[in-house]
Design a protein. Structure first.
Length: 337
């Protein structure tokens, strides 16, 4: 292969790589999933081209151009592989990566919570008498019919605080019960879903649905998110117990247990934020639309961070893993030198 033929055949790939690097501006996560993978592939090819240029055209300016191109691409491909142990890195990225790593377990945890809640709510609407007997006495205040004198405010506040405390307990215990191969986690989350659905259904049947929504919506969506995320962490630990794969079971449990613990630790501040929303937003006098904007805004912010700081980073990491320089078959002799 002569210099002219080499340049003519490879020039389009180099230009495409340069274009992607200009768009990335030093950070691969600025690219979409497909472009991140393409960046890795083009970097691999450029590194192989550089190896060939060093062997066959060492004095030509094409070598300097490829040196610079591979250096730029390598800086983007391997950006951020520094130690992630700092608190700042944990808050900014590691936590979100941990949450996004197991999307199927997140979906399973959500199903375990929401499916029983929906079914029980429908049952409570059809048979409120039977459902009220299912609800523990401390949760029955939310199911009382609304009073015209406004005397329900204190009872609603007490119930909201009780529900918040219950969700904190479920969040922590759902993770801990992962050691039962995930069975305890699944039972606890499903039971919490049954309780939530029964209370909601009976409250709606009693004509207290709007009041129930008003004091749940500012903090409920993010609290339930925390329950789901912690349950997924417990299921992650449970999977290591039940199916450690090729690793010794103690090693698998230690590895997944550490990741699951990181998830729970990172989730705690969001529970605190939910508590602040419950304390200050619910009693602020905002109309229902404003309360919903706060509650759903917190919910959207959390899952937006999971997507942009977690999922997209995993995509970039996958591209990096496939971006180790490898030669085309015809270039292997050049790389061997």
């Amino acid at each position: 292969m002569n210099l002219e033929g080499f340049t003519r055949s490879r020039e389009p790939s180099w230009r495409e790589l340069e274009s992607l690097l200009d768009r990335a501006r030093g950070r691969g996560e600025r690219l979409g999933a497909a472009d991140a993978r393409r960046l890795g592939s083009l970097y691999r090819g450029a590194a192989a081209d550089l190896a060939l240029a060093r062997r066959r055209f060492p004095a030509d300016p094409i070598r300097a151009r490829l040196d610079e191109l591979v250096r730029r691409a390598g800086a983007v491909v391997y950006h951020g592989r520094a130690d992630r142990s700092s608190a700042r890195e944990f808050i900014a990225r590691t936590y979100w990566v941990r949450v996004a790593e197991r999307p199927r377990l997140l979906a399973l945890a959500a199903l375990l919570l929401l499916a029983p809640a929906l079914l029980t709510a429908l049952w409570a609407l059809q048979d409120p008498g039977g459902a009220i007997d299912f609800i523990p006495s401390e949760f029955r205040g939310a199911t009382d019919p609304p009073r015209q004198d406004g005397g329900t405010a204190g009872r609603e506040a007490a119930f909201s605080a009780l529900l918040f405390t219950n969700n904190i307990r479920v969040t922590i215990v759902a993770f801990a019960l992962g050691i039962t191969a995930g069975i305890g986690t699944a039972v606890l989350v499903a039971s919490n879903g049954l309780l939530l659905g029964a209370v909601a259904g009976v409250a709606i049947d009693a004509g207290n649905g709007r009041a129930f929504l008003e004091f749940i919506i500012p903090h409920g969506p993010i609290e339930l998110t925390c329950v789901v995320v912690a349950a997924a962490a417990g299921l992650r630990l449970g999977w290591a117990v039940a199916s450690p794969g090729n690793l010794p079971r103690p090693t698998a449990i230690a590895r997944e247990g550490r990741c699951a613990a990181e998830i729970v630790i990172g989730t705690m501040p969001w529970l605190v934020l939910a508590g602040l929303s419950e304390s200050y937003v619910r009693g602020s006098g905002l109309p229902l639309g404003g309360l919903m904007a706060v509650g759903l805004g917190l919910f959207g912010a959390y899952w937006g961070l999971v997507w942009f700081r977690g999922h997209r980073w995993l995509v970039v990491e996958a591209a990096r893993a496939s971006a180790e320089p490898q030669a085309h078959p015809e270039l292997k002799p050049a790389l061997a030198s």
